[in-house]
Structure formats: structure tokens, C-alpha cells
Design a protein around this ligand. Structure first.
Ligand SMILES: [Zn+2]
Ligand SMILES: [Zn+2]
Length: 466
């Protein structure tokens, strides 16, 4: 284990704390997080951190039954011992669910129980952190998060991934003022959660490729600065995939630091684009359709890993076709806007209801390109396919390398491991692109007239069938 990797990640995190950088991209890259503690036993420092942040008065601690048992009770005890007044809210899964879901109802429960609280403490990982992040934003109070698993990049991001009815949305929210990542606790999380963290982190490679591709073809916003932050996090994580699987404490610390640094890049970008590309859409598709298919929603990171394998493979399969684009042929054979809307309604209504399907029609309008925009986009690729790819290649990772990394970290590589049926794989491949108004490789493949043609090859070669 190379401890200098951890030190370098620490340094990068600390250089970004409480930062404001006006960038040539026109945005201010700001990280409002004040403190990040990643080490063994840091849980005991919570009272000190609260003092340093000047947080006094009433606190509401939010956990789920598991995270309360793992560490929530200990945090409550620490607060009591320190003479602080803290109420506890334990969120329970809704009837039929095995775990707490990031719903408006759960957020309302936190807001309703806050009762004038001066600050909140979230004890948990993805879902609890997102719920409390959104509740704290709505209450306009600061919150701290005590992490329980190195499973996703959301600890430090300015977004809350929520379910709005059946639809998965990313809502703007204020990141925590402090992140307490006690490695003694994080290393004890189920192994699959660390594997999910590795998947969510490596996913930045795909998301950034999609983000840059959309910028080149459609002139959407892009900036290198958040990408360089994520790249550093990703590179260190990749070096330790095998030790992460063995849950060596130092490797879990590297993963945790890398996840926090990567989440900061989302906060800096002020958009989820650098963190949420085609593989995330596939995962969101499976989340949204889980109730209709009688499935429990799976692990975010693990689903993303499989979705990414599909999308990385799709990029690779598109490459040889970039020099043979027949724009007139493509334009003559693509669906009209009305046909597309009908396809969305027909596919999604039985799965998420007519209101949800109508919302997706609205959401995806932006990327049903008109003829002029499509001609311009395809023209950019046709003019010099190698130059086009040369801009994406530094962000891209080959599907073979991704598969190897995910396998080393112990992450699922097939839909079978995720409990996803074969027809749900095909459906996600075709329809996931309609659930967010963001342009990804799934859209590029469609706009090149190749999404359908490449399906069998992509799904077979990605290995996700198992
Ligand atoms: Zn910038
Ligand atoms: Zn993610």
C-alpha cells in the first residue's frame, strides 16, 4: 500500500475545502464543504468539529435502523456526553420496500421532525445522505454527514438523487459542512458497497467522455477543471482495486478519499453531467421500472458498473463507423418527434404510469435533434473522425480495462448478478436514453443510426449477459 496516494488525495481535498475559483469557463467553481476527516477513529472528533464549525443549539440526527445500530447510537452518545441537545429520527423502509428510498415523503419527514433544529447530522451513505442533504437545504440549516459505507460519490456533491414519483431526478442541494469518514466503520461495510464505490468512481470516465462529446457536437457546457479533479481521484482508486476488495483499511481510506474528491468535482461543475452519463441512465431506468417488474431497487454503484460496461463497449463499436456517416440516409430513417413521443408513451406508461411517461416526453424533448442540429453534429464528426475521437480518448477507458478493474474490486459484471431479467437489459439499452435530457453515447449511437444495428454485438461483447 502506497500511503503517499492517500496523502496526495488528502492534500487535494484540503486544497478545495471552502474554495471559490472564478474559471475561464464562466462559472465559479466553489466547494462550500469546510471539513473532511478520513481516518481511523475520527468519529470521536465530532464534538470538536462541531465546535470548530460553531454549530450549537438543537440537533436532529437522522439514520435508518441499520446505520443507527452501526454508528448512529454512538454518535448520539457522543453528543449527549458533550452536553448537546440532539433528537433522533430513524427512517424506516416503506411497506413492501426492503430499504429506505430517497422519496419526497422521507424528506418531508425529516423537515417535519426538525422542529427548529439548528443543524442536522446524517448517519448513513447514499440514500440517507441525499434525504438529509435535501431536507437541510429546504430548512436552510447546515448538516454533517457521518459516512457508513464507501459506496458512492454523493457525500460531497451538490446534488441529491431522489425519486420523484417513479422518476429518478438529481436535485440541486447544499453539500454538508463536514464529512466524517471513520475508516474503522467504513471498512466494516458489506464488501459489495465498496465495490459499488469503485464502480461509481470509474463511471466518471464514461460520464466525462459523454460530457465532452455533448460539448463538441452540441456546444453544451463543459469545463476541464472538474474533470481533472475527478481524474486524479479515479487514478488513485484504480491502483488499489485489489486491496479494496480485501478491505484493507488503507485502501478503503484511499477509496473514501477518492469518492469524496470525485463528488467535489460535481459540486464544482454545478451540473451532474461529469458524474452521470449513459451508464447512470441505464441504472436509473432499472430503478424506475423496479416496482412494475416486481424487483427491489438494486445498488446504485453496482448497476452503474454494468450500465457502463454496455456504454464503454458501445463507444468502442461506434468508432469504426465514424468515417462512414451517411447523413441523408440517417435523416431519412430516423423517427420523427411525434413517433418518438409515441414510443416513449407506449413503453413507459405500463411501467411508470401515464403521468411519468408524459414527464419523460417533456424531459427528452431537448435531445430529439432537429435536422439542422443533427447535420451540424454529424458534420463535425465526418469532417475529421480521428480529431473528434482524439478529444474524447484521454477521458475514455477501454471496456476491457473497466471489466478488469470492476472484477478486481469484486463488483458485479452481469445482469444476472444484479437480478435484472434479459428483456430488461434490452429495454434499458433502447429506452434508458429517454429518462434524462442529457446527451450520451446512447443518443449518439441512435443519431448515427446504429443503436439498433449494434445491439447484439454490444450486449454480447460487453459480457453483461453473463
Ligand atoms: Zn471551469
Ligand atoms: Zn453515481
Amino acid at each position: 500500500m502506497n500511503s503517499s496516494h492517500l496523502q496526495q488525495l488528502h492534500q487535494s481535498i484540503h486544497s478545495l475545502l471552502d474554495s471559490h475559483e472564478a474559471c475561464s469557463c464562466g462559472r465559479v467553481h466553489a466547494v462550500p464543504i469546510q471539513q473532511v476527516l478520513i481516518d481511523n477513529g475520527v468519529i470521536g472528533q465530532i464534538p470538536e468539529v462541531l465546535d470548530q464549525l460553531g454549530l450549537t443549539g438543537q440537533c436532529l440526527l437522522v439514520a435508518d435502523p441499520i446505520t443507527y445500530e452501526v454508528v448512529g447510537e454512538q454518535v448520539k452518545h457522543l453528543l449527549d456526553q458533550d452536553g448537546r441537545t440532539a433528537d433522533t429520527l430513524i427512517l424506516h423502509p416503506e411497506t413492501g420496500d426492503q430499504k429506505v428510498e430517497p422519496t419526497e415523503k422521507a424528506t418531508d419527514e425529516v423537515v417535519g421532525q426538525a422542529n427548529g433544529a439548528d443543524y442536522l447530522i446524517a448517519v448513513g451513505s447514499g440514500t440517507i445522505n441525499d434525504i438529509v442533504k435535501l431536507a437541510a437545504t429546504r430548512l436552510d440549516v447546515p448538516y454533517l454527514v457521518v459516512g457508513t459505507a464507501p459506496s458512492m460519490t454523493g457525500y460531497s456533491s451538490a446534488l441529491a438523487a431522489m425519486l420523484r414519483g417513479p422518476i429518478k431526478v438529481a436535485l440541486d442541494a447544499v453539500p454538508p459542512v463536514a464529512i466524517i469518514a471513520d475508516i474503522d466503520i467504513l471498512k466494516a461495510a458489506p464488501p459489495l458497497m465498496a465495490a459499488a464505490g469503485v464502480s461509481d468512481l470509474i463511471s466518471r470516465s464514461l460520464s466525462s467522455t459523454d460530457w465532452k462529446m455533448s460539448n463538441i457536437l452540441l456546444d453544451t457546457y463543459y469545463c476541464d477543471v472538474p474533470v481533472s479533479v475527478f481524474t486524479e481521484a479515479d487514478q488513485y482508486c484504480r491502483k488499489h482495486a485489489a486491496e479494496i476488495k480485501k478491505r484493507q483499511p488503507a485502501a478503503i481510506a484511499v477509496l473514501t478519499a477518492a469518492l469524496i474528491l470525485a463528488g467535489m468535482s460535481i459540486t464544482m461543475a454545478q451540473t451532474s453531467s461529469p458524474g452521470s452519463g449513459g451508464g447512470h441512465m441505464i441504472s436509473h431506468y432499472w430503478d424506475m421500472t423496479a416496482p412494475a417488474r416486481g424487483r427491489q431497487r438494486g445498488s446504485h454503484g453496482c448497476q452503474v458498473g454494468v450500465g457502463d460496461l454496455i456504454c464503454f463497449t458501445l463507444y468502442e463499436k461506434l468508432l469504426p463507423h465514424l468515417s462512414q456517416i451517411d447523413t441523408d440516409h440517417i435523416l431519412a430513417h430516423r423517427y420523427s418527434r411525434d413517433q418518438t413521443n409515441r414510443i416513449i408513451i407506449e413503453h413507459f406508461t405500463p411501467l411508470i404510469g401515464s403521468e411519468g411517461a408524459a414527464a419523460l416526453v417533456e424531459e427528452s424533448t431537448i435531445k430529439i435533434l432537429d435536422e439542422e442540429t443533427l447535420r451540424r453534429a454529424l458534420g463535425i464528426i465526418k469532417q475529421d473522425p480521428s480529431a473528434f475521437w482524439a478529444q474524447l480518448d484521454p477521458l475514455f477507458t477501454s471496456p476491457a480495462e473497466v471489466k478488469q478493474l470492476l472484477g478486481t474490486a469484486g463488483a458485479p459484471l452481469t445482469i444476472h448478478q444484479l437480478g435484472i431479467a434479459p428483456d430488461e437489459l434490452t429495454n434499458a439499452y433502447y429506452y434508458a436514453r429517454y429518462i434524462r435530457g442529457r446527451y450520451t453515447v446512447l443518443d449518439l449511437a441512435y443519431d448515427l443510426g446504429l443503436l439498433e444495428d449494434l445491439r447484439d454485438e454490444v450486449l454480447a461483447d460487453s459480457g453483461v449477459h453473463g
